[in-house]
Design a protein around this ligand. Structure first.
Ligand code: ADP
Ligand code: MG
Length: 381
């Protein structure tokens, strides 16, 4: 393997020696080198290994590193795989954990996985979410998907394409100064600084291009939406679009989307609306990237998942449980559920992201509490 591995917190040379033995460059760094704007390093590491065996407070500094370097992979070395420690690690954006007894094989395998995630973190980069009917939970799913994928992929942008009616900002608990309309009206002068000035940063690493309060005089041209998305793809690892189902311009501008998710529930009126929507999308984009997501799933419904697939003529990619109270509290507090992994609805958002980003992972792994956090394995893997 080639690349530079930054090492934080090591009290001896063991990690450094293992990294060198794996053929990689080892660089001892301090937290401030990576988390502060004044940090000056000769080379930015591709991956950071934080050794928390002698000081577990170092875990607390990882979030700061991820904020400055969202796409930098972080692996940690821990004394043991304690749930509390791993949960804290996962919240900080750590993707790999290696426990004692530390071996070169285990460390090398973990670094390798972090490298691969950096190179290809997602199946594609642009994900569109459209509700088949108002209130099915399209925005809830889009917002939580953005939260969850930001932890895996790094910098994530959520674009609320509901020009004057969107509420993603409310779900994220932010008050935007500028909006998607400013971006769409100025596609000819988009540059990185201008674009970054239009988005709102949120504490979890998701940037939002929010819906506007003012209304647009006429319809937006699909070409403007396309230009906007094509531009954003250059700066974000994942782009999540909350797409209004009644807006022809937005529906016609999804060329860059690698997956188009139509959110449905178990109700017949939603399914008949989904059928028409999917037929329209299929005509333009083919079948391969169109998927159904069943939200507020109801095991006791007369309409089963296979009925849904038949009725809409599309495949179900994932099912989210109904969990009214936490969903309501999350919306009211502007704190998306996927900021944590607690609870079955939050867990299902993380599980969905795992399926999208790591379809190769065996199911036993996914049943573990921590989705993509990889427990220690044999180096033969
Ligand atoms: N899985 C769920 N379980 C319970 N309530 C949900 C779920 N998903 C969404 N909700 C609630 O449904 C309402 C509508 O959701 P929203 O995402 O705004 O729908 P849409 O964007 O499709 O109009 C919100 O109050 C939200 O909290
Ligand atoms: Mg909505």
């Amino acid at each position: 393997m080639t690349g530079t591995v930054g090492i934080i917190g090591a009290t001896d040379r063991q990690v450094e020696e293992f990294v060198r033995a794996a053929g990689m460059r080892a660089l001892t760094v301090k937290v401030e080198d990576l988390s502060s704007p004044r940090g000056a390093l000769a080379a930015t590491p591709d991956v950071v290994v934080v050794d928390v065996r002698s000081d577990r407070h170092l875990l607390g500094s990882i979030a700061g590193i991820k904020r400055r370097h969202p796409s930098m992979g972080v692996a940690i070395v821990v004394p043991a795989l304690e749930p509390e420690l791993m949960l804290q690690a996962m919240r900080a954006g750590v993707t790999e954990c290696v426990a004692e007894p530390l071996t070169q094989g285990a460390l090398e395998a973990a670094i390798g996985r972090v490298m691969v995630q950096r190179a290809s973190p997602v199946e594609g980069r642009v994900f569109a979410f459209i509700g088949a009917k108002g209130g099915v939970g399209a925005t809830t799913v889009a917002v939580n998907f953005a939260e969850a994928i930001a932890r895996v992929a790094g910098e994530t942008l959520l674009v609320d394409l509901n020009i004057a009616t969107g509420d993603a900002a409310v779900f994220l608990g932010v008050e935007p100064r500028f909006t998607v309309l400013d971006a769409l009206e100025n596609t000819q002068r988009l540059d990185e600084n201008f674009f970054r000035s239009l988005v709102v940063h949120t504490s979890s690493g998701v940037d939002l291009l929010a819906s506007a309060v003012r209304v647009l005089a006429g319809p937006i041209e699909p070409q403007r939406v396309r230009t906007l998305v094509d531009f954003a793809v250059r700066y974000y690892r994942a782009i999540v679009l909350d797409v209004p189902r009644a807006d022809a311009s937005a529906l016609d501008a999804l060329d860059a989307a690698s997956s188009i998710f139509v959110v449905v529930n178990h109700e017949l009126p939603t399914l008949s609306s989904a059928y028409r929507l999917v037929a329209r999308l299929r005509q333009k984009y083919g079948s391969d990237r169109i998927w159904l997501l069943v939200n507020r799933s109801d095991k006791h419904s007369d309409i089963s998942l296979s009925d849904i697939e038949k009725a809409v003529n599309a495949r179900v990619k994932h099912v989210f449980p109904s969990d009214y109270k936490p969903a309501l509290a999350a919306a009211n507090h502007g704190q998306p559920l996927a900021r944590s992994t607690d609870g079955r609805l939050a867990g299902s958002f993380h599980e969905f992201v795992r399926i999208i980003t790591r379809p190769d992972r065996p199911l036993e792994d996914t049943k573990r509490m921590f989705g993509w956090l990889t427990p220690k394995r044999s180096s033969a893997e």
